[in-house]
Design a protein around this ligand. Structure first.
Ligand code: NDP
Length: 312
């Protein structure tokens, strides 16, 4: 079986940054790209808050650059998806969907998180054309425009409040007759004159010629009391939660109730020696490209120290 000193799983900012650092430390890192090569950033359009790009950069270009930078330092980047992990003893064994299996002295889990979508066909149709799952990433493009946010939790309230600072008007579409968010976030939303909360509303679809121009809504106050109507909007934001991609590692590492991998203090250590978690898979709070990159850097430094200490 192939033996790898530093195995990185995931190709978002955390994975690539870990590969850059591990490559420069001569750890001969091998990175598996996973289901979504380039990670969540490839689903956004322009990235304007990643330091170092004063004019902005597209998500795809940024990820291409990070990949090239990792390759420049010798990272071996492969495209396969993890199917099985055995972290019971070192070297750790990982199997992939191309029928290969490798063993690794250190493992950096950087598998990210996936935003949840409603499952509407129109979400795919208008992806990158008015549909977004990240207000911090895309809100700027909706200055003085009308947007809708779906969800009633803390994320939805936070995103609605953030967007209200930019947009002319924000509709918050909540399926229940109340918000699930913390009291302080509820008060912020309900007290904001730019935000209109549409309780007991569900989204049925979106419409528009070359991008989102409106939303098909249904208001339900009981089985017999249904009102279908359309609302003109320019942007549609999902904020119904994220799912960390940690399922395969759950038998081995600790996760919180949502599935985010728990790490020790503010390090990327998982509790299993030589196994580290970086980026959104271990970050329920910030979920930004730059914080993911920072944690990828930390994970690679930890891996290098671990290999040196254990003379591997
Ligand atoms: P939550 O699971 O708390 O909320 C999800 C929201 O989306 C709920 O209102 C839910 O509705 C709604 N929803 C889910 N599925 C659908 C659907 N198919 N159609 C319509 N609505 C749907 O997720 P969050 O991301 O908001 O929060 C996750 C965790 O992170 C929470 O513990 C939260 O407190 C925390 N957090 C804290 C923040 C802070 O403290 N600053 C900021 C952001 C998150 P329903 O209520 O009907 O189930």
């Amino acid at each position: 079986m192939e033996h790898i000193r530093c195995l990185i799983i995931g190709s978002g900012p955390a994975g690539y940054t870990a590969a850059i650092y591990a490559g420069r430390a001569n750890l001969s890192p091998v990175l598996y790209e996973g289901i979504q090569p380039g990670g969540q950033l490839t689903t956004t359009t322009e990235v304007e808050n990643f330091p170092g790009y004063p004019d902005g950069i597209t998500g795809t270009e940024l990820m291409d650059d990070l990949k090239k930078q990792a390759e420049r330092f010798g990272a071996d980047i492969r495209s396969a998806i993890v199917t099985k992990a055995d972290l019971s003893a070192r070297p750790y064994k990982i199997a992939f969907d191309d029928e290969t299996e490798v063993e690794a002295d250190t493992l950096i889990i950087a598998t990210g998180a996936s935003a949840k979508y409603l499952g509407l066909e129109d979400e795919k149709k208008y992806a990158g054309m008015g549909v977004s799952a990240c207000a911090t990433c895309d809100g700027f493009f909706y200055r003085k425009k009308v947007v809708a946010v779906v969800g009633g939790g803390d994320t939805a309230c936070e995103e609605a409040t953030y967007l209200a600072g930019l947009a002319a008007k924000v509709y918050l579409i909540v399926r229940k007759p109340f918000l699930r968010a913390s009291r302080i976030m509820q008060e912020r939303v309900l007290g904001n004159p730019k935000i209109e909360v549409l309780f007991e509303h569900n989204t049925e679809g979106l419409f528009g010629e070359n991008g989102v121009e409106g939303i098909h809504l249904v208001q339900r106050k009981g089985e017999a009391d249904e009102r279908h109507y359309d609302l003109p909007i320019d942007g549609f934001f999902l904020a119904i939660g994220h799912k960390p991609n940690s399922d395969l590692f759950k038998p081995w590492v600790q996760t919180d109730e949502v599935g985010y991998i728990r790490t020790e203090n503010d390090t990327p250590r998982t509790g299993i020696p030589g196994v580290f978690a970086a980026g959104d898979v271990a970050d329920p709070h910030y979920r930004q490209a730059i914080t993911a990159a920072g944690s990828g850097c930390k994970a690679a430094i930890e891996a290098e120290r671990y290999l040196t200490e254990h003379q591997l």
